[in-house]
Design a binder for this molecule. Structure first.
Ligand SMILES: [Zn+2]
Length: 56
C-alpha cells in the first residue's frame, strides 16, 4: 500500500510575511497558510498527508 503525498497549491490562497515560528515545527517560516498561520508549505503537506480526511 502506498501513501499518496498531498501537495498543496498556495500560489493563490497563501501569502508570505515576516518570519514567524511555524505552527508545526517551530522554525521560522515566511509562508502563511490560507488561514493566515505561519507555516512551512512542506510541513503543511506532511500534516495533510497524515490526515487525508481533513479539508485542505
Ligand atoms: Zn515548519
Amino acid at each position: 500500500m502506498t501513501t499518496r503525498r498531498v501537495l498543496l497549491d498556495w500560489r493563490t490562497t497563501g501569502s508570505v510575511g515576516d518570519a514567524q515560528p511555524c505552527v508545526l515545527c517551530g522554525q521560522p517560516a515566511l509562508c502563511r497558510s490560507p488561514r493566515g498561520k505561519p507555516c512551512h508549505k512542506t510541513c503543511a503537506e506532511a500534516w495533510h498527508t497524515a490526515r487525508p480526511d481533513l479539508p485542505r
